[in-house]
Design a protein around this ligand. Structure first.
Ligand code: 0WE
Length: 260
């Protein structure tokens, strides 16, 4: 008997089989959940639909989280099909490519607004539409990164967006706590995904993350997925407003002080 048996959940943000959202999907499916998905545009539908079908899903709908009308349509379809929702996973971020390499002090208003809108506000937008479908004991989860609390070279405006996302997690947890809905974030170590492929010298960042971690290795999509299952399950019934690190211990250490 899986820890998510009998639960219905949405997983937002699969791009392909390397996505963190796909790691979360595999764990949630193994633990018995019935799952629904979104895709961004026709190009990604071709990738997401076969993955969704492989875990027995029949809820796969378009959703660009920067568009309120699409958000309304998406959650209306979820309500029509399921009537209720037990969990929501938000695994969505975007910043302009140039904003992730130019000096942070050069960040444009447009790049700031877009990064914060898609990477942070979208969690609030989803939460406010998901909550009315949720009963006591339901849960929401989003994905963050250490760049929210430390200045990580080149992470730039994404770090500011993740800081807003983590603060939003706490305020949503406060707000929805009165309805018995829990809201948490996972802060994962760097993982090679489609989003990471657009980043210069990600290889060096990955090897520094491994060497500086306590486990001396990087974490996987599957490990994030397993931690996600716990936070979404009734085993975490007393846990909310939390940022849970799944980074092999990197954030708690200083690496090797003797390293040159
Ligand atoms: O949150 C992320 C990645 C988010 C991301 C990645 C891209 C690349 C392609 C958001 N927007 C875009 N836009 C693009 O055009 N991570 C935690 C992975 C990541 O990204 C970095 C990192 C790490 C770690 C960027 C710079 C430095 C470190």
């Amino acid at each position: 008997m899986g820890v998510l048996e009998g639960k219905k959940g949405l997983i937002l943000g699969i791009a392909n089989d390397k996505s963190i959202a796909w790691g979360v999907t595999k764990s949630c499916h193994r633990e018995g959940a019935e799952l629904g998905f979104n895709y961004l545009g026709d190009a990604l539908e071709k990738r997401v639909r076969p993955l969704a079908e492989s875990v027995g899903s029949t809820l796969v709908e378009p959703l660009d989280v920067s568009d309120d009308a699409q958000l309304d349509d998406f959650f209306a379809k979820v309500e029509a099909k399921w009537g209720k929702l037990d969990f929501l996973v938000h695994s969505i971020a975007y910043a302009d490519k140039n904003a992730l390499k130019e000096p942070f002090s050069q960040t444009s208003r447009q790049a700031f607004q877009q990064a914060l809108d898609i990477s942070a506000y979208s969690f609030i937008a989803c939460a406010q539409r998901a909550a009315p479908l949720m009963a006591e004991g339901s849960a929401m989860l989003t994905m963050s990164y250490l760049g929210s609390v430390r200045a990580v070279p080149n992470y730039n405006v994404m770090g500011v967006a993740k800081a807003a996302l983590e603060a939003s997690t706490r305020y949503l947890a406060y707000d929805l706590g009165t309805q018995g809905i829990r809201v948490n974030a996972i802060s994962a170590g760097p993982i090679r995904t489609l989003a990471a492929s657009g980043i210069g010298d990600f290889r060096t960042l990955m090897s520094k993350a491994a060497r500086g971690s306590m486990l001396k290795r990087n974490v996987t999509q599957e490990e994030v997925g397993n931690a996600a299952c716990y936070l979404l399950s009734d085993w975490a019934s007393g846990v909310t407003g939390e940022v849970h690190y799944v980074d092999g211990g990197f954030s708690g250490g200083v690496g090797d002080p003797g390293e040159v």
